[in-house]
Design a protein around this ligand. Sequence first.
Ligand SMILES: [Zn+2]
Length: 423
Amino acid sequence: MKILFKNANILDVDTMTLSLGSVVVENDIIKYVGKDVPLSSYGQVIDCEQNILMPGFVDAHCHSAMTLLRGVGDDKTLQSWQEVVNPMEDSLAKDDVYWGTKLAVLEYLANGITSIEEGYFVNDEIIKAVEESGLRARIGFGPTTRDYKGSLEDFLQSQLDLFKDVDSNRIKPCVFVHSIYVTNTEEIEKCVDFSAKHNLPMSIHLSETLEEVGNCTVQNGGLTPPQYLESLGFFDRKTLCYHCVNMDKDDLQILADYNANICTCPSSNIKLASGIAPVYAMQNKGINITIGTDGASSNNCLDMFKEMFLVATLSKVSIKDASVVHAEDVLKMATINGANALGFNCGEIKVGKKADIIVVDIHCPHMYPHDNLISSLVYSARGSDVKLTMVDGKILYKDGKYTNENIDLIYKKVNEIRERLKR
Ligand SMILES: [Zn+2]
């Protein structure tokens, strides 16, 4: 089917400019971007009323089903947060993870998030929820994925087999080494070998807290977490490292030398008091920086507008220089940089790209006047300004309504699950 978006303020993330025009989507691909309205017969015509048409956000780090634990462990240190959250996670049934992921999908779509990188622990249920939802996702598996027993190689293979029959354009696997503090050296080495054998990318929480860095140096002959992983061949793979809060310039140089990608998660890092990631220093090293929300029990809302605001403003305050990390920079992090890190052909409005598109309302008080809408997207807009979310050429959310989800059933299920977890 052909869909025409007309009268749209189209964001070009290369030049960071907006221009009025039309976009034509045919099936899952963007076929036209320009000033004209190409003559054709369209299955659907959408008048964007000069609102912003831009690529959907890529949320490069999340644990979707943690929506079930939203508000659990608030106002606690990371260690006491884990003492509350971990037992509740342990008592999650398999299909609880399905319903928690479905709740996260509602939030992603309403806030204009079209791709995610997922790392949780019941992957058949997660794959089912993501596949039904229409979302684009890279889904991780590894030694912390639930039901791991016996040989790690066999377990990793059984997890990879779950992806055999899924739409590989939209859902891809990656090897998820949760972190160096819950995964031992032998397991990390086996994950690296498996990743190399199957040509899979790898992801990890890295240098999130000072405690993690301190313990690593004590246990590994003075090596910092990036130095330790380098010694295990981790960075020889295509990697995405979450958080990277407590890294000095030598650590960052390692990530830069190996073309590692970083995902910064500012809400989670400040709520858990882990610190402020050195984003400006990462930029100066030429590292591909992406943005993630992390899970809903350390954030607590899955809104990339909030994360963009925080990446820009925390970067400024952390080095007391308001002139660094611009709105344009963080818009790239939240879109094209994320798509590149996850290996998806989306993240920009260009002919030949996958049609992952959102429309953002500019006809509301906080978006006026209209002469610097790039700034307004980062410093003024919010998730509720998203009017339409399309993934892979399909409209999944429009004017407050989902085309593909039974929200009443999802809300009922998650309330029931939470009641049960409290007991
Ligand atoms: Zn995380």
